[in-house]
Write a protein that binds this ligand. Structure first.
Ligand code: BJ8
Length: 421
């Protein structure tokens, strides 16, 4: 391991022993799941590189930027507008965690029946393995589900860096006003921490950068509609996961290059799986990096994942922010409207999500839907019933966690489901 990186991690307060275990496990897992795939597009090499340097080069970049006065802002939810972070010359990084690290420690401060996504970000902090969390100047929580709300109180005790943004749970006029006010409060907080003014010009730039990123991700998703599919669900998921922490302009360029290659593949009828491979859409909880379990099981069972109605997926890039605003106030209004038009199960009612799933299944030519919930995630577990009833589509519900204990059982269920498609 590069001595520079070791000193960098030490300076960040990383526990080198725990961190080493994490990196070794990740490298092994990546080799088994990702690098063993056949017919991967050449364009995935960049994303392989990003993963290999996720705790190295990217952290170095963040620390260099901090030296130049930029602030690193960590987020946990797609209701927090990254455009506003860019508009104060900040860097936005997603901090949700997708691995079973530090759970023994986390269970000392959290109830056992907490979802693994929460246990993981608290566990990462308690075991000091995440250089992203340690590089952040501000950690932005939000009032979505109960577990997250209470976990942010604990995270603040551990870091003294948490700011909580209020996200309403309904889409009424009152809620819309509240969210708009919250975005103005967020603006003030960002200006205070960065010492930068959010201007019409910087907001225009931030919106443009994030719109371009979302357009590239939409382009990638639309290419998955083809049969044979030019990219595996695992690789597309990886790109969506990396969207939360790579430098946005570079990332967009690399996604577009990948899409150019995939378009060529489509023209030539080249796919990662044979034409006619059963096609599955996943809906439900987010897949924080490195949570690849379900995609791997589905694709190892002979199907291909063609889309994710998830926050690591369509819910992140569903729409763009209109760029025709003429004042700071107008831009924040446009952001509030766009962000509140995201359909998370923390909202009630949330019937728009059902329409989103139907549209995605149609657009991506899915033959079956797998509903994914993380164990103990009340909002998504509750919504499964209504979604299944409303869809009238081949449907399989998987309620799981980050462990590998249930892998055999899930594989059996997934294989049986795929046979019916
Ligand atoms: S917009 S899905 S990122 S809140 S899995 S912590 S909901 S108990 S992550 Fe989410 Fe924002 Fe919604 Fe998306 Fe709670 Fe469920 Fe755990 Fe969850």
């Amino acid at each position: 391991m590069d001595q520079d990186y070791i000193s960098m991690w030490q300076n960040l307060g990383i526990d080198l022993e725990n961190h080493d275990c994490l990196l070794k496990a990740l490298a092994e897992f990546y080799q088994q799941i990702y690098l063993s795939q056949e017919k991967r597009p050449e364009g995935m090499k960049y994303f392989d590189f990003v993963i290999s340097e996720a705790h190295g080069l990217r952290i170095k970049e963040l620390l260099e930027a901090k030296k130049q006065g930029k602030k690193v802002i960590g987020t946990f939810c797609v209701y927090v507008p990254e455009e506003m972070i860019l508009a104060v010359k900040g860097i936005c990084v997603g901090l949700c965690a997708g691995a079973q690290i530090g759970f023994d420690e986390a269970e000392k401060v959290l109830p056992k029946n907490t979802c693994d996504l929460i246990k993981a970000f608290i566990g990462f902090k308690l075991t000091q393995v995440c250089p992203y969390t340690e590089s952040c100047d501000l950690l932005v929580g939000e009032t979505t589900c109960d577990g997250k709300k209470k976990a942010y109180e604990i995270l603040d005790k551990l870091t003294r860096k948490v700011y909580v943004m209020e996200v309403p749970h309904r889409k009424t006029e009152v809620s819309k006003e509240l969210f708009l006010k919250e975005l103005f409060n967020f603006k003030e907080k960002l200006e205070e921490i960065s010492g930068q003014k959010m201007s019409l010009e910087t907001l225009r730039e931030g919106v443009k950068i994030v719109n371009e990123k979302r357009k590239a991700l939409m382009r990638l998703e639309s290419l998955r509609a083809h049969d044979p599919v030019p990219i595996s669900g695992l690789d597309a998921l990886l790109v969506d996961q990396i969207a939360f922490y790579d430098a946005p302009i570079r990332f967009t360029q690399k996604v577009n290059e990948l899409c150019d290659e995939l378009e060529e593949r489509v023209k030539m009828g080249v796919g990662v799986k044979p034409k006619g491979t059963p096609r599955v859409l996943i809906t439900g909880c987010p897949f924080a990096l490195p949570n690849w379990k379900l995609h791997h099981l589905i694709e190892a069972s002979g199907a291909v994942v063609v889309g994710e109605e998830s926050c690591v997926g369509r819910r992140y890039y569903h729409t763009l922010v209109p760029e025709n605003f003429n004042s700071v106030k107008e831009s924040i209004k446009a952001l509030a409207e766009r962000y509140l038009n995201t359909h998370c199960a923390c909202f009630t009612p949330n019937t728009e999500r059902i329409e989103d799933i139907k549209n995605m299944a149609k657009e991506l030519n899915a033959q079956g839907i797998i509903y994914y919930s993380i164990q103990f995630c009340t909002p998504y577990l509750f919504e499964a019933y209504q979604v299944e009833k409303a869809l009238n589509f081949p449907f399989l519900k998987i309620d799981t966690n980050y462990s590998t204990e249930d892998v055999g059982q899930i594989k059996t269920r997934v294989e049986a489901f795929i046979e019916t498609l």
